[in-house]
Design a protein. Structure first.
Length: 69
């Protein structure tokens, strides 16, 4: 009888009766400060990429205009 009661008591003691808290919606989550600098860097890189692409397009148009004359 003791061989059954001891494992049963240990098994019941290991159970956690409280459920985990519900996950927060995306709007309420605070940004992780560790990744915030990385997110800002990616945003700046995208802005610079747009400027570089615009400059490359303008240069390409100037070269085409120069070769057609």
């Amino acid at each position: 009888m003791n061989r059954i009661l001891i494992p049963l008591a240990l098994l019941l003691a290991a159970c956690n009766p409280t459920p985990p808290p519900p996950p927060q919606p995306e709007t309420e989550r605070q940004p992780n400060p560790v990744f915030e600098t990385q997110i800002q860097a990616v945003g700046k890189a995208r802005a610079v990429e747009g400027q570089v692409m615009d400059a490359a397009e303008a240069q390409r148009k100037q070269m085409e205009a120069a070769t057609q004359q």
